[in-house]
Design a protein around this ligand. Structure first.
Ligand SMILES: [Zn+2]
Length: 296
């Protein structure tokens, strides 16, 4: 299962195209969705569209800039790649660190607290579901706020690693230390001078604890996600266009079990033909309206 995408979802601030405005979900769609979901225990799969209202760009969404994420083998292959990766990732982290959960995240946490949602499988690495109060969260693609040593396996808090990077590379704070390219890429003026953080235990290569392009999702993580879907009676897919294989496999499991599936996403998803109800709208408002119907 080739994992996909999330790696550099953190890397580069990007302007993208101006956001297109989307109509809210219609009453008819909301009624259909709540009819399909009502009285059932619901598993939720979330993707990047979930966090756009928290200011984290959706690189696959409408108007997203084309990107060239670094693969895991490139990252391993040379110190130069790792300098570029860590420098870009450091800028991305500062942005992530300032992001806050939105009402969509909070709605899902409240639905879990009331026993309607049994947990969340997320393709996002931003940690916002946990910060919103969700308890059972399977982070399929890992999490940005943790760093792992590829040699000894030791993990570190990203915030601590970020402090080390800042201390070792004071020039990053200079106004002209980088340039944003038209495709969202970042070019650093002194990249050769960049000091990459290494493991304080063994000196090994550090990598944010997220799944890169060309890297597999850990098996136990996917098993955990499957278990969550299979112990539910319905599935909501929120803010994912399902281009990532793992998302499709979870959808397969749900449809095989004849679970109702409601997809909420701005734009087409690969799962649309199999959705019981597809709502072409943003997640934040739609989830709130749906929750109101499901809890009354
Ligand atoms: Zn180590």
């Amino acid at each position: 299962m080739a994992a996909d995408a999330p790696a550099l979802a953190e890397s580069a601030p990007t302007s993208g195209a101006p956001a297109r405005s989307w109509p809210a979900a219609s009453i008819e769609q909301l009624d259909l969705a709540s009819d399909a979901l009502g009285g059932r225990v619901i598993a939720v799969l979330t993707g990047a569209g979930m966090s756009t209202d928290s200011g984290i760009p959706d690189y696959r969404g409408e108007g997203a800039a084309p990107r060239n994420p670094m693969t895991f083998s490139q990252f391993l292959s040379s110190a130069d790649y790792r300098k570029r990766y860590w420098a870009g990732s450091h800028l991305g982290w500062q942005r992530f660190d300032g992001a806050r959960p939105n009402d969509g995240h909070r709605t899902l946490a409240a639905l879990e607290a009331s026993g309607i949602v049994n947990g969340i499988v997320t393709q996002n690495v931003d940690g916002l579901h946990l910060r919103a109060g969700s308890q059972r969260v399977v982070d399929l693609h890992g999490t940005m706020d943790r760093v792992r040593c590829l040699t000894c396996g030791q993990t570190f808090a990203r915030a601590d690693t970020a402090l080390r990077i800042a201390a070792a590379n004071p020039w990053l704070d200079e106004p002209n230390s980088f340039e944003l390219g038209p495709d969202g890429d970042v070019a650093f003026t002194q990249i050769n001078d960049f000091v990459t953080p290494d493991c304080t235990v063994c000196g090994g290569i550090l990598k944010p604890d997220i799944v890169f392009f060309g890297e597999f999702i850990p098996t136990e993580k996917f098993i955990e996600a499957s278990a969550l879907v299979q112990s539910a009676e319905a599935l909501i897919i929120a803010g994912s266009s399902l281009v990532v294989n793992s998302g499709i496999r979870l959808l397969d499991q749900a449809t095989k079990r004849k679970m109702p599936v409601v997809i909420i996403n701005r734009g087409v998803t690969k799962g649309d033909p199999r959705a019981t109800v597809k709502i072409d709208a943003g997640t934040t408002g739609t989830l709130a309206q749906l929750a109101e119907r499901l809890t009354t």
